[in-house]
Structure formats: structure tokens, C-alpha cells
Design a protein. Sequence first.
Length: 119
Amino acid sequence: MNTPSQSPIFVKTYDFILWLLPHTRKFPKDQRFSMAQRLETTAFAFYDLILRAAKMKSPYRTLLDADIELDKLRFSIRLCVDLKLLSMSQYEFAAKAIVEIGKLLGGWIKKVGPPSPSA
């Protein structure tokens, strides 16, 4: 895999987090420490997992953990729209970014495949 700074999944994840942070800062005070924190924590956890996976010899399980974080991020973004914390256009942008990241992650998972039983 390319170095993290050059790989599309890292670039797209960085861009998503860069987009996300100013939006969560605008959440109402009563949601800033629940939904905003959850979104930010999940996004950074996803980044941490793909970074760890890029450094591993057998990253399959770590990538599956990253996939779970991405699902949590999808859920939280949708919940933010239902709670009127994000507009529909913001949701559309976020959903598109998450889909692109998910496709890159899925390709990576498929490429590395599960570890062999003897490993």
C-alpha cells in the first residue's frame, strides 16, 4: 500500500474530517458534547484504524474494525440529520464522502483477504 499521505483512503478520510470538524462546532451546546463528540471520536478512530492497518503485515481484522467504525459514522451522520443538526445538503455531502471511503476500504479488505488458517 502507498504511504498513508498518498493513498486515496487517507486523503478522503482527512478531507472528510476536515469538513466535519467545523460543522460539529456549530452544533447547539446541548449536542456538542454528545453527538459532536461521538462523530469526531468515531471519525478519528476510523483514521487510527486504517493507519494501523497500513503498518501491519496482516491488516484484515483491523480493517474489519475500521469498517465497523465507518458504519457507526454512517449511523451518527444520519441521526444528526434527523435531529436537525445537519442540513440535507450537508448530509448528502457526508454520505457521498462516506460511500467513497467505504468503497476504498472494501477494496482494501478484498485485496488483503482473511488470514490463512495456518497463520
